[in-house]
Design a protein around this ligand. Structure first.
Ligand code: IMP
Ligand code: MG
Length: 183
């Protein structure tokens, strides 16, 4: 068995140190912005689980965490913006301050659906925190990202929660797969 973290087919884009430093900054920013409030962090499964775990530990506030899972119906139908909720929240969010936590914003279709959906449940505020922003393929131009870790080029990236066919979520850094044909 070869070691995954040193896989030569991976090109590191953002190191663990860069990511850790940036998450601390985002956590401090959120701590300041939500002073006196009790936000609910809503992680979008599965991709957000690593970022969410680190971010939550950098937010020095009384807060709670919840998770949702959504599916975007595969590539071909992506532009329809149709999103299916696979796992819904266990709690009501009426009157609550929410921070949706995502791994990456690409077209923005998943997020724009989710943000509207949460707003329609009567949330007091809904903000968005994403580890990565890939602006080039954006379809929903008006999507407002409140907290963004890094902007990335229009390449398929993996690691730190992001996968390629469920692989690489455990990488402690963000990488580009050089040759997707190689297993
Ligand atoms: P959107 O609706 O196009 O913004 O979809 C965002 C979702 O697509 C993310 O939550 C990821 O699950 C997935 N995704 C988009 N770009 C990448 C990538 O470069 N690597 C891994 N997953 C990605
Ligand atoms: Mg995702």
């Amino acid at each position: 068995m070869s070691a995954e973290f040193t896989n030569p087919n991976l090109e590191v884009l953002l190191s663990n140190e860069q990511i850790t430093t940036r998450i601390k900054e985002l956590g401090a920013e959120i701590t300041g912005d939500f002073a006196g409030q009790e936000p609910i962090l809503i992680g979008v499964l599965k991709g957000a689980f690593v970022f969410m775990a680190d971010l939550a530990r950098c937010i020095n506030l009384k807060m709670s965490v919840e998770f949702m899972a959504v599916s975007s119906y595969g590539k071909a139908q992506k532009s329809s913006g149709e999103v299916k909720i696979i796992k819904d929240l266990d709690v009501a969010v009426e009157g609550k301050d929410l921070i949706v936590v995502e791994d990456i914003v690409d077209t923005g279709l998943t997020l724009s659906y989710l943000l509207q959906n949460l707003q329609s449940r009567g949330a007091k505020s809904v903000r968005l925190a994403t580890l990565l922003d890939k602006p080039e393929p954006r379809i929903v131009k008006e999507l407002n990202i409140n907290y963004c870790g890094f902007q990335v080029p229009n390449k398929f990236v993996v690691g730190f929660g992001l996968d390629a066919a469920e692989r690489y979520r455990n990488l402690p850094y963000i990488a580009v797969v050089k040759n997707p044909e190689i297993a």
